[in-house]
Design a protein. Sequence first.
Length: 151
Amino acid sequence: MSNQNPYSRAAGAYTAQATATDQRSLEGTVLLQSAQKLEDLQGRLKAGEKVSLEEIGATLTHNRKLWELFMNDMGNPDHNLPLEIKNNIASLAFFVFKQTQETLIETTPDKFKSLININRSIAAGLMKKTTVATPSATPPPSGTTSTDSMA
């Protein structure tokens, strides 16, 4: 039996799955799964079910770790997203971190709503098929060369 860290196994599975499918769709699916876990927990709390702090913490921690991955990815200078979008994602991540902390301090069903909505909204955007062509890495020729301007 292996002593391998479960987070390492999850990361390995994530990496293996990422090579088999579109990265954006995978990220969207992971966010939807986390939103569903949060929503299930919210529903149980609304119904008056006694949910352990350990289960609440595990669900919120899972979601927070997803957002940590997204935020860390935005710090990668090789990431091809525009800076404005990177900053927006980082801002959302900080909001998720703050909301997670507030939910742990005072756990009410309403506290889960914004986390669920953010995950679902971002997932919808990630899973939307883009039809816009990506810009070329090299600019099109302008029709003049540097020697033309010297003449």
